[in-house]
Write a protein that binds this ligand. Structure first.
Ligand SMILES: [Zn+2]
Length: 446
C-alpha cells in the first residue's frame, strides 16, 4: 500500500526536528502489523522520508512547498511535493514542517589539513578529518583543497564514496606547481598526477611586487600537460592582464578575484568562450586586514561555537592589531577589495559561472564560519540570495566537475542542510542551521 504523506503529516502536531523519527505505520493510524502490505514494506526498507519541508533543490526552480525527500543508501531516491511523491509504509519519517532544506554548500577553494589553532605545520590525517567535520557542522558538505595537499588527503578522498559518510567530502589539488623553467614545473605536475590529484594548481602573482611571477613560457606547458592528463588547471591571480592571458592559454579556474583593475568586455568574453569559472575568495582579502581591530564577528555565537577563546584572545592582542595596521600588504589588499567586489558583479551580470570559494583553512581564515562570511560579502557586493546559492551549490559542483552533489535530485548523494529560515529571503538565513546531513547521515554536533 503506497499512500501520500500529506494527510497524516498534517494531522501530526509540530514536533521538534530530531525528536520525530517514526515508522510510517505509526502515523498511518496504528494499523495492526498484519494488515500491512509486505510488498510496500519491502519498498520502504532502508528508506527515510524527510517531509513537509520547503525544499530548495539547487536547480534554480521555485522552492517545493510541502516537499518530500526520499533517501536510501546515502542517495536521494526522489524529491517532490507531497502530492507527487508516495511514501512507502515502512519508511522512516522525519518531520521537517516549517523548515527549509537546501543542498549542502560547496567551497571550491580551501586548504585542508595544515592548520591547528593559529599555526600551520600540523598536517595529518587526523587534522584533515577534524577539519572536514568542522566544515560539515557549518553546512559545507564538499570542499576543494587547492594546494599543500599530501598523500593523506588522497586516502581521505578515496574513502568517502560510502553511504556511511558523515563529514565533508574533499577533493585535492596536491602541491602548488612552481618552477623557474617549464621542465621543473612539469616535474611537479607529474608528481601530483602520480599521487592522484583532482586538480593542477599554480600561481601567477608577484605578491604586490615582491617576488617574480611565473612566466607564460612556464605555465602554458603546465596547463597543456594538465589537460593531457585529464586534469583541470586552477590558478592564483591578482592582475587583470595575467588573467586575460591565462584564459587565452586555456585555464579552467581562476581561483581568486582580479584586484588591480575592473574587468573589460574582452576578458569577460574570454570567460564565456571557455566556460571558465571564477572564485572570488573575498574573505581571503578580509582576513589580511580585519584583525587590525576586533572584528564584529568575534561576538557572534555562530563563530564562538567553534573557535576557542584562546585564539580570539591572541587575535585581539593590541600589539598584534597594531602590526596588521602597519602591514603594507594588508592595507593594499584592503584598498583593493572594492575592485574585487565590482568584478564579482561584472561577471555575475555577464552570466559567468561564479564558483563559491573562500581560501579558508590557513591560520585566522576560519573554516566553516568564513564560508558564511563569504556568502554575506557576496550579498554586500550586490548578488541576490538566489545567485549566491547557485554559486555555492550547482555552479560550484559543475566547476569541480562533480555530477552527484550540488543539487537535490534523484541519484545524487543526500548532502543537505535543514534551516529554520528561508535563505532565498536573506542569505544570512543559511546560519539558521538545525541539522546537516551527508550521505543521509546526520552530522553530530561538536
Ligand atoms: Zn588558496
Amino acid at each position: 500500500m503506497l499512500r501520500s504523506l500529506s494527510i497524516p503529516a498534517r494531522g501530526t502536531a509540530l514536533i521538534a526536528l530530531g525528536l520525530l523519527v517514526l515508522g510510517a505505520s505509526v502515523l498511518a493510524g496504528c494499523s495492526p502489523q498484519g494488515e500491512s502490505d509486505p510488498a510496500a514494506n519491502q519498498a520502504g526498507a532502508g528508506l527515510t522520508a524527510y517531509f513537509d519541508a520547503t525544499i530548495i533543490d539547487g536547480t534554480g526552480g521555485p522552492p517545493i512547498t510541502e516537499g518530500v525527500l526520499l533517501v536510501r543508501d546515502g542517495r536521494i531516491e526522489r524529491v517532490g511535493s507531497a502530492d507527487e511523491v508516495d511514501v512507502p509504509e515502512a519508511a522512516i519519517l522525519v518531520d521537517l514542517s516549517g523548515k527549509f532544506v537546501m543542498p549542502g554548500l560547496i567551497d571550491t577553494h580551501v586548504h585542508v589539513g595544515g592548520t591547528l589553532g593559529l599555526e600551520g605545520g600540523h598536517y595529518s590525517t587526523e587534522n584533515i578529518l577534524r577539519q572536514l567535520g568542522l566544515y560539515a557542522r557549518y553546512g559545507i558538505t564538499t570542499v576543494n583543497s587547492l594546494g599543500d595537499d599530501q598523500p593523506e588527503a588522497i586516502d581521505v578522498r578515496d574513502s568517502q564514496n560510502t553511504a556511511a559518510l558523515d563529514r565533508a567530502r574533499i577533493f585535492v589539488g596536491g602541491t602548488v606547481v612552481t618552477g623557474d623553467t617549464a621542465e621543473e614545473a612539469l616535474a611537479v605536475v607529474e608528481e601530483n598526477a602520480a599521487m592522484g590529484v583532482d586538480w593542477i594548481k599554480f600561481r601567477v602573482d608577484d605578491n604586490l611586487g615582491t617576488v617574480p611571477k611565473m612566466s607564460p613560457s612556464v605555465y602554458q606547458p603546465v596547463i597543456e600537460r594538465a589537460h593531457e592528463l585529464g586534469l583541470p588547471a586552477a590558478v592564483h591571480v591578482y592582475y587583470l592582464d595575467d588573467t586575460k592571458l591565462l584564459l587565452e592559454s586555456g585555464i579552467d579556474f581562476i581561483a581568486h578575484s582580479v584586484r588591480d583593475a575592473e574587468f573589460d568586455e574582452e576578458t569577460i568574453g574570454l570567460f564565456a568562450g571557455r566556460n571558465a569559472c571564477y572564485s572570488p575568495t573575498l574573505t581571503r582579502e578580509l582576513s589580511t586586514f580585519v584583525y587590525e581591530d576586533t572584528p564584529d564577528f568575534f561576538a557572534d555565537p555562530f563563530f564562538q561555537a567553534e573557535v576557542d577563546d584562546e585564539i580570539i584572545a591572541q587575535l585581539s592582542d593590541p600589539e598584534r592589531q597594531q602590526s596588521v595596521k602597519e602591514n603594507r600588504a594588508a592595507q593594499l589588499y584592503k584598498e583593493a577589495l572594492p575592485t574585487a567586489s565590482a568584478n564579482l558583479m561584472a561577471l555575475t551580470n555577464a552570466g559567468v559561472r561564479i564558483a563559491f570559494g573562500t581560501d579558508s583553512g590557513p591560520p585566522a581564515r576560519f573554516q566553516g564560519y568564513f564560508e558564511h562570511l563569504e556568502l554575506a560579502m557576496m550579498a554586500d557586493a550586490g548578488m541576490t540570495p538566489a545567485q549566491i546559492l547557485k554559486s555555492a551549490t550547482i555552479d560550484a559542483a559543475a566547476c569541480l566537475g562533480l555530477d552527484d552533489v550540488g543539487t537535490l535530485e534523484a541519484g545524487n548523494w543526500a548532502d543537505f542542510v535543514v534551516l529554520g529560515a528561508n535563505p532565498l529571503e536573506d542569505i544570512l538565513n543559511t546560519r539558521t542551521i538545525e541539522a546537516v546531513y551527508i550521505a543521509g547521515n546526520r552530522v553530530s554536533r561538536r
